[in-house]
Design a protein around this ligand. Sequence first.
Ligand code: COA
Length: 204
Amino acid sequence: MPRLSPTEPVLHPDCSISNSTFGAYVEVGRGSRVAQCMFGDYSYCDRYCDLANAEIGKFSNIASYVRIGATDHPMERASLHHFLYRSASYWDDAEDDADWFLRRRARRARIGHDTWIGHNAQIKPEVTIGHGAIVAAGAIVTKDVDPYMIVAGCPATPLRPRFDPEIRQRLLDLAWWDWSHDKLRATLLDFRSMSIEAFLDHHE
Ligand SMILES: CC(C)(COP(=O)(O)OP(=O)(O)OC[C@H]1O[C@@H](n2cnc3c(N)ncnc32)[C@H](O)[C@@H]1OP(=O)(O)O)[C@@H](O)C(=O)NCCC(=O)NCCS
């Protein structure tokens, strides 16, 4: 694993990146496509992800082959085919449909802080994944997910919450994801070793 940087994302080979911004200590796995995304500090995706039109919070853990923001085709028109909007690829005198692309880009998915998106999961456009939530491997998420909920399946449904409501609220209030890099280093051993209750008692 490479040493990560506070100023530049580590982009592994064969990535395609467009119109995207990256916070500190970000890593993008080999062969990933990232378009119109905002990666918060410390977030990463593993190999061959396809991420579009997404606001990704801090400390998000995105496993390989995840797709976020898969776009739709024009289901109400006479044809579904992309010649309707990628028209310049087919005719010299036709322009691409700029409005179509703008509408698609406006449908943003939101991935909270400290989330874990499992291998090969998909998250639809405009869906919000709450802070601390887990999306199981292979899930297809079509609706918003509450903070600290684990969802699984196709379509994804709640499996169980990670913590009881009191602990969940205390974690949301603590918002440790806003701590400085130095404070994270100073509390690293507490993160590693303390129970969730002891950690909250100690750091609130
Ligand atoms: C969602 C997850 C975190 C749950 O972990 P867990 O609590 O240890 O889960 P368990 O194995 O105890 O399973 C609990 C239930 O969820 C179901 N389940 C677990 N993972 C599932 C999945 N991916 N899709 C559908 N159902 C799943 C189990 O069948 C079980 O159902 P049951 O209660 O009816 O028997 C885990 O299964 C997962 O998907 N992790 C992601 C792994 C990954 O993608 N890693 C990539 C590297 S980061």
